[in-house]
Design a protein around this ligand. Sequence first.
Ligand code: FAD
Length: 155
Amino acid sequence: MDDRQFRNAMGKFATGVTVVATEVDGNVYGMTANAFMSVSLQPKLVVISIAEKAQMLEKIKQSGTFSVNILAAEQKELSMIFAGQLKEHRDVEFEHLGKIPVIPGAIAQITCEVSAAHVEGDHTLFIGKVTNIQLEDGEPLIYYSGKYRKLENDD
Ligand code: FAD
């Protein structure tokens, strides 16, 4: 099986889009990620999957904390910024929830402490113990088959 077929198959799974953010020595780092899911209710745990080549991997190991920011439909540009899809650097304002940086306008800001890290193949799964949540009304940004989409009402 070739890599392209695997990627195409995984791309058939429509997801939301998040920006994972963390802070080390006063510097904030963000990375677009859709490999995110809820793991447990008691205790409240989530998981993210970070590629071994991503700068974000070392940053999360250093800080031991991260936020997952579920992007709103109108935040496609932020997704592109933090996926390295835009050529030029853009300044992005972060807020803080507790001491962890979060993205203003995200429909959910979820802050976590790393409770475990599992290396699997070329990615590391970080299990995050949820420390705080802030929600905002709004529609989500969707990612499907390598393209950004918006939700459509079925009525
Ligand atoms: P960098 O390449 O250093 O950073 C990424 C970009 O963010 C750079 O352009 C940088 O300038 C910018 N940036 C970082 N911090 C700031 C800041 N404070 N202010 C302004 N700009 C900043 N990869 C995974 O490992 N796991 C996933 O689940 C995943 N899901 C993805 C989902 C989608 C929809 C997309 C498009 C990509 C996904 N990726 C995922 C790929 C990942 O987003 C890119 O490979 C990313 O460029 C890796 O970032 P990095 O940590 O190496 O950091």
